[in-house]
Write a protein that binds this ligand. Structure first.
Ligand code: ZN
Ligand code: CU
Length: 484
C-alpha cells in the first residue's frame, strides 16, 4: 500500500459541513477526517473513506466547547456520562473552581459550605490530588477534564478553625499540598475568598500558599472577595497576587452585582483591559443575570429575587421562590433563608447591560459555573453554551458566531494551556461538535432547568461519538488533561 492510499482511509469523516475552527477565522466549507482520536485531514476529502461517516451539510462543525468554569469535580465520577454538558456540545471541563476541589480531603472531616456544593460522599474521598486524577483515568467520564486545587479545600484539611488567617506552619502545610497537586498535574489553584471558609485568608496568605504555581506557570483563578461595592479593590488584589507570583490570573464569572453597582462593568472592563497590557489576565462569564451559590442571607444576597435550588432540611422547597416560602412560614426572607440552610439558591442580582458588556468584551471566555446537584439547578448547567450561540450571538447579535465559538474553544484552550485542543486543525485532538446555527438554542429555563439544548447534532470526544440527535451514546472517552 502506498502512503497516499493509507491517508485516504480514516476512522471518521464529517462531510460537507461549514467549519468554524475556533481561531475566530471566517467559516469555510470542508470535510473533516479523524484517525486515532486526532484530526487527520481538513479540506475537500472527496475520494477519502472512513468507518463512520456523518453528513454535516448545512451544519456548523466546530471544536468541542471547553467549559472554563465548572464544579464538575465529583460529577465526573458520580455522573460520568455528564449529559448536562455533552448535550450542549461541551467536550472539556475545567474543574476545581471557587476555592473548592474534590481533593485533597480526609474521609473523616465535615465539609463546611460551600465545599459540599460539589457533593463529595464521605466514603469516596481522595487524600492526594494524584489519587483523584487516577480515579478519573481509571473510570473515565464522557468529557475531558483539567483540574485545579481549591484553596478553601486546602484550608479545611489543614486548619483546625477557618475563621482566622493561617499560621506560618499551616501555610507551609498548604504549600506542600499545592506542590503535590502540581506534581500530579493540576493546572492551577483557585480561591473563593467571597466564601466563609476563606474570608479570613489575607492576600499574603494566598501569595505564600500559591508559591509553587510560579515555577510551573500554573494559573491563579479566583472567585474574588467581592463582586459588588468593592469589586475594584477585589480586582486590584487579584492582579497584585498575579504580579507577585508572576503567573496568569483568571477572574472567574466576572460580574458586578447589586443595584447600586449596575453599569459598573464600564469601569471594571477598562481596568482589566489596561492591566492586560502589563500582566496576564483572563476572565470568564456565564450568560445569565442570576447567579447561584450556597444559601446565605448576608452580603446583600437577598436584595433581589431568590429561587431555592436545593435545601437539605426542606427538599420540598426546591424550585420555589424564597418570598413565597417566607410568606407561608410567616417569617422574613432572612429567617426563611436560615431555615433552608444548607442548600443552594438562585439570586437575581445582575443587570442585563452588564452581562452583555462583559460577554462581548474581547477576552471573555464562556464558563457555565453550573452546579450539578439537585433537581432544580440554575439553568446555566444545561443551557450556557447554546444560549451564547443562539440567544446572544444569533438573536441579540452581540458578536459573530466565529467569535462566540472562539470564546468557548480556542481562547479557553490558550488561556488554560490545554495542548492541541480548542481548534480544528490536522493533528489536534478530535473534540468536535456539529450543530445547526439556525436552530441552536438553550431550552433550559428557571422553571424547567434540566431540558437539553436544541440544535446539537453530534458531539465527538477524542474522536468518539458521544452524543447524537438528542441521545447519549454511552461513550466515555474523556481524558485527564495535565500540564505539559
Ligand atoms: Zn464562584
Ligand atoms: Cu463557581
Amino acid at each position: 500500500m502506498t502512503e497516499a492510499s493509507v491517508s485516504l482511509r480514516h476512522d471518521l469523516l464529517i462531510r460537507g459541513g461549514t467549519v468554524i475552527d475556533g481561531t475566530r477565522a471566517p467559516r469555510f466549507l470542508a470535510d473533516v477526517a479523524v484517525q486515532d482520536g486526532r484530526i487527520s485531514a481538513i479540506g475537500d476529502l472527496t475520494g477519502h473513506s472512513a468507518g463512520q461517516e456523518i453528513d454535516a451539510r448545512g451544519r456548523i462543525v466546530a471544536p468541542g466547547f471547553i467549559d472554563s468554569h465548572t464544579h464538575d469535580d465529583q460529577a465526573l465520577l458520580s455522573q460520568p456520562l455528564m449529559p448536562f454538558k455533552v448535550s450542549q456540545g461541551v467536550t472539556t471541563v475545567i474543574a476545581g473552581n471557587c476555592g473548592i476541589s474534590a481533593a485533597p480531603l480526609r474521609p473523616d472531616m465535615d465539609l463546611p459550605m460551600p465545599l459540599n456544593l460539589i457533593d463529595v460522599p464521605a466514603n469516596e474521598r481522595f487524600t492526594r490530588f494524584a489519587d483523584y486524577l487516577d480515579a478519573l483515568r481509571q473510570q473515565p467520564a464522557t468529557l475531558n477534564v483539567a483540574a485545579m486545587v481549591g484553596h478553601s479545600t486546602l484550608r479545611a484539611v489543614t486548619m483546625s478553625e477557618l475563621d482566622r488567617e493561617a499560621t506560618p506552619q499551616e501555610i507551609a502545610a498548604m504549600q506542600a499540598l499545592v506542590e503535590e497537586a502540581m506534581e500530579a498535574g493540576a493546572i492551577g489553584l483557585s480561591t473563593g475568598t467571597f466564601y466563609p471558609p476563606a474570608v479570613k485568608a489575607t492576600t499574603e496568605e494566598i501569595i505564600e500558599v500559591c508559591r509553587p504555581l510560579t515555577a510551573r506557570q500554573a494559573l491563579y483563578v479566583t472567585h474574588m472577595r467581592d463582586e459588588s461595592d468593592q469589586v475594584m479593590q477585589a480586582l486590584e488584589e487579584t492582579f497584585r497576587i498575579g504580579r507577585e507570583l508572576d503567573v496568569p490570573v483568571v477572574v472567574s464569572h466576572h460580574k458586578v452585582q447589586n443595584r447600586p453597582n449596575f453599569g459598573k462593568s464600564q469601569v471594571t472592563l477598562p481596568f482589566i483591559r489596561e492591566t492586560m497590557q502589563r500582566q496576564r489576565v483572563c476572565l470568564d462569564c456565564y450568560p445569565y443575570t442570576a447567579g447561584s451559590t450556597m444559601i446565605r442571607a448576608d452580603r446583600g444576597m437577598l436584595e433581589g429575587r431568590a429561587l431555592i435550588a436545593e435545601s437539605l432540611p426542606h427538599p420540598e422547597c426546591a424550585g420555589r421562590e424564597l418570598d413565597d416560602i417566607a410568606r407561608d412560614w410567616g417569617v422574613d426572607r432572612a429567617e426563611a433563608a436560615r431555615r433552608l440552610q444548607p442548600g443552594s439558591a438562585i439570586y437575581f442580582l445582575m443587570d442585563e447591560g452588564d452581562v452583555q458588556r462583559i460577554l462581548a468584551f474581547e477576552d471573555t471566555m464562556i464558563g457555565s459555573d453550573g452546579i450539578p446537584v439537585g433537581s432544580k439547578p440554575h439553568p446555566r448547567l444545561w443551557g450556557t453554551f447554546p444560549r451564547v450561540l443562539g440567544h446572544y450571538s444569533r438573536d441579540v447579535g452581540l458578536f459573530p458566531l466565529e467569535t462566540a465559538v472562539w470564546k468557548m474553544s480556542g481562547l479557553t484552550a490558550r488561556n488554560f494551556g490545554l495542548e492541541d485542543r480548542g481548534t480544528l486543525a490536522p493533528g489536534k485532538h478530535a473534540d468536535i461538535v456539529v450543530f445547526d446555527a439556525a436552530t441552536i438554542r438553550d431550552a433550559a429555563d428557571y422553571a424547567d432547568p434540566t431540558r437539553p439544548a436544541e440544535g446539537i447534532d453530534a458531539v465527538f470526544v477524542n474522536g468518539r461519538l458521544s452524543w447524537q440527535a438528542g441521545a447519549h451514546t454511552g461513550a466515555r472517552a474523556g481524558q485527564v488533561i495535565t500540564r505539559a
